[in-house]
Design a protein around this ligand. Structure first.
Ligand SMILES: *Cc1c(COP(=O)(O)O)cnc(C)c1O
Length: 380
């Protein structure tokens, strides 16, 4: 049998641009490879912060470290607790552990898979020092509801470069916003991260903590703060800066593909995209999150569906396991996130960089798989 889709999928990151090559080589030949020697990192940090409506930015080696840095700068440390959603990449929680605190995992909302503000409220106690909404898939979470908890809001915007909620960019919805530039993200240098903030005092702390505890006006070997070398290289910044100008076009492309995919999937019973959360003014479509209903697929479990789709040339993703399952997290069971393990599949960003015909192939493959499953209902 020939698969529904013979053609491959776009590569990510896309091929380097001429400007990226030039800037990268300029750093290489200039010899100032580190951020303390060159100017690329600082200039990118300022430009990125501006692009998300924040006053300041501090670049880091990766997104996990950006979260760690933001938590420490906002005063999170040993003995503290940070509320994180159950349905997210593990780094949201491990960054809390890195900061010496305890990740308390709260359940998510079924319609968005975002941190449930009521669940977060129930888990907020005297030790809670921060809450970390995750803008899952590139849709901004409800940060207003979380602000009312009365603790600093650290946004995990690792999937949300360019997203906005009620017209305000992700990254400037809380007290600090953290982004990742890891290979799979919307802007990438292979690795990298940034923390943005509007607060000068927080910025000074971020800057000091990521720069071995130095002060801007202090000496090279004066370390009044307990800090670390968490700095990005000039190579990373040189690769990233030109991407700022490309982001808008890529976001528009993916939004158009996501709309097509939604229309195409209307033909497939039991495979439904998660809608835009209320208040979303820009979704970045890092992922298109789909609900898989095994009943509509003659009882076949999600794993079988994913295998069959891959055989049709459409490699979807199984997504996260609920963090409530991991022995090193605190909090109670999270029924919504745990149910998502069996009912949620992802279409990843590079697939949404393809054309409209590719979106038709995704739906077409699902129909073929469904027809086959219905001919042979699942039995244990
Ligand atoms: C990618 C990602 C991170 C971590 O970023 P790294 O750069 O890989 O360390 C954190 N949270 C979420 C939701 C992510 O998707």
């Amino acid at each position: 049998m020939t698969p529904v889709r013979m053609q491959g999928w776009p590569q990510w990151p896309p091929p380097a641009t001429e400007e990226q090559r030039e800037r990268l080589l300029a750093v290489l030949d200039g010899g100032a490879w580190g951020a303390t020697a060159g100017t690329e990192t600082e200039s990118f940090a300022a430009a990125f912060a501006r692009s998300v409506g924040a006053a300041y930015g501090v670049c880091t080696v990766n997104g996990t470290v950006a979260l760690f840095l933001a938590l420490r700068a906002l005063g999170v440390g040993p003995g503290d607790e940070v509320v994180v959603p159950a349905y997210t990449f593990v780094a949201s929680a491990t960054a809390v552990v890195l900061a010496g605190a305890r990740p308390v995992v709260a359940d998510v909302l079924p319609g968005t898979l975002h941190l449930d503000p009521e669940a977060a409220r129930r888990l907020t106690g005297p030790r809670t020092r921060a809450v970390m909404p995750v803008h899952l898939a590139g849709a901004p979470a409800d940060t207003e509801a979380l602000r009312s908890l009365g603790v600093p809001v650290v946004e995990d915007a690792a999937q949300a470069h360019g997203a906005s909620r009620h017209g305000r960019p992700a990254g400037s919805l809380g007290h600090a916003g953290c982004f990742s530039f890891q290979s799979g993200k919307a802007m990438t240098a292979g690795e990298g991260g940034i923390v943005v903030t509007d607060d000068l005092e927080t910025y000074e702390r971020l800057w000091s903590l990521h720069n071995v505890g130095r002060r801007r006006d202090g000496g090279w070997y004066e370390h009044p703060e307990l800090g670390w070398n968490l700095r990005m290289t000039e190579f990373q910044a040189a690769l990233l800066h030109p991407q700022l100008a490309l982001l808008d076009g890529q976001l528009e492309h993916r939004a158009a593909r996501a709309a097509t995919l939604g229309r195409q999937l209307a033909r497939v019973e039991g495979l439904e995209p998660l809608g835009n959360p209320a208040g979303t003014t820009r979704h970045t479509w890092h992922l298109a999150v789909l609900r898989y209903d095994p009943v509509a697929f003659a009882g076949h479990p999600k794993r079988a569906f994913l295998d069959a789709m891959a055989a049709e040339g459409v490699p979807l993703d199984a997504g996260y396991r609920s963090l409530s399952r991991e022995p090193w997290t605190a909090g109670g069971p999270c029924p919504v996130a745990e149910a998502a393990e069996d009912t949620v599949v992802w279409v990843r960003q590079p697939m949404l960089m393809a054309d409209d015909a590719a979106m038709a192939d995704i739906a077409g493959a699902a129909l073929v798989v469904q027809r086959d499953f219905r001919r042979r209902p699942f039995s244990r």
